[in-house]
Ligand binder design. Structure first.
Ligand SMILES: Cc1cc2nc3c(=O)[nH]c(=O)nc-3n(C[C@H](O)[C@H](O)[C@H](O)COP(=O)(O)OP(=O)(O)OC[C@H]3O[C@@H](n4cnc5c(N)ncnc54)[C@H](O)[C@@H]3O)c2cc1C
Length: 251
């Protein structure tokens, strides 16, 4: 709908998937949470299962637009839309999510790092639809955080960071960080992850990792609201805050 409203897309044919009830579900199966493409973001927000079992995805959902937007918009629609400022692609990279697609050639699972290609472009074929998004339950004791900066509450973010980490014998491990709103699609912050791996959690270590993550960003996007260097600065600040928050949740 946003693409039609902004006159970016002028399709000859419009197919409404909303009445396919079989695509509207949220369930947990053997440690995997599966969400049907047409489940609303509101249903994910209101789900105790999502809140308890995958709090990062839950928190990301609550950051999307306003409640009215989450009421109308589907979970699958946001993945297929692949907006660079959307929270979901970054969370998908952090959580190693998989997207289930179906088309004339059958069904396939697409890992998140192959699904999001570039600005509003996914690896879905023109003849495929997205039917489900899949993510693991967050392992017990994992720290997580998502933070973003937007001009107004409910706006798409100028920049944001999502991450998870584990503490093992007092040291940070399995750090997974991603940024959104800074490049044509969400990006893993691998330099930040590497800088923190095996380090004791401290404000100095978090600051170093956040700086490494921001410094390694490839030409952050510029627009009338925020030049690229401001977005880089936001990633550094938000990554540092996220690391503090996530470490506080890890045990
Ligand atoms: C004021 C406002 C604020 C917003 N803020 C945010 C925000 O902060 N974060 C954010 O992420 N989004 C935000 N959005 C976008 C919003 O979340 C929409 O829900 C999102 O764009 C998807 O919309 P939809 O479910 O109606 O999908 P549609 O608009 O129907 O579809 C989006 C695209 O995906 C395709 N598509 C949809 N479903 C499928 C499928 N199952 N298989 C294949 N292709 C499919 C469509 O063809 C279309 O190209 C905002 C929107 C508004 C209007």
């Amino acid at each position: 709908m946003p693409m039609l409203a902004m006159r970016i897309a002028r399709p000859k044919v419009l197919i409404d998937l909303r009445r396919i009830a079989d695509l509207d579900y949220l369930r947990e199966e053997e440690g995997i949470i599966a969400i049907g493409a047409m489940a609303s973001k509101r249903s994910a927000e209101d789900s105790d299962m999502i809140k308890d079992r995958q709090p990062l995805f839950h928190a990301a959902t609550k950051l999307i637009g306003h409640r009215q937007i989450r009421n109308r918009g589907s979970v699958g629609g946001s993945f297929a839309h692949a907006d660079p400022s959307s929270e979901y692609p970054a969370v998908a990279l952090v959580l190693d999510m998989q997207m289930k697609a179906i088309g004339p050639a059958g069904e396939r699972l697409i890992p998140a790092d192959e699904f999001f290609v570039t600005y509003m472009t996914t690896s879905l074929e023109a003849s495929e639809i997205l039917t489900e998004v899949r993510m693991p339950v967050l392992p017990e004791g994992t720290g997580w955080a998502i933070q973003e900066f937007a001009r107004r509450n409910g706006d798409l973010a100028l920049a944001g960071v999502a991450l998870t980490l584990r503490l093992d014998k007092g040291l940070c491990h399995q750090v997974r960080m991603a940024a959104f709103g800074v490049n044509p699609t969400a990006v893993r912050l691998s330099a930040g992850e590497a800088a923190l791996e095996g380090q004791a959690p401290s404000t100095a270590a978090f600051a170093r990792a956040a700086a490494a993550a921001a410094d390694a960003l490839d030409e952050p996007m510029s627009c009338i609201h925020a030049p690229g260097e401001y977005r880089r600065h936001l990633v550094k600040t938000l990554a540092e805050r996220c690391l503090v928050e996530a470490a506080g949740r890890a045990h």
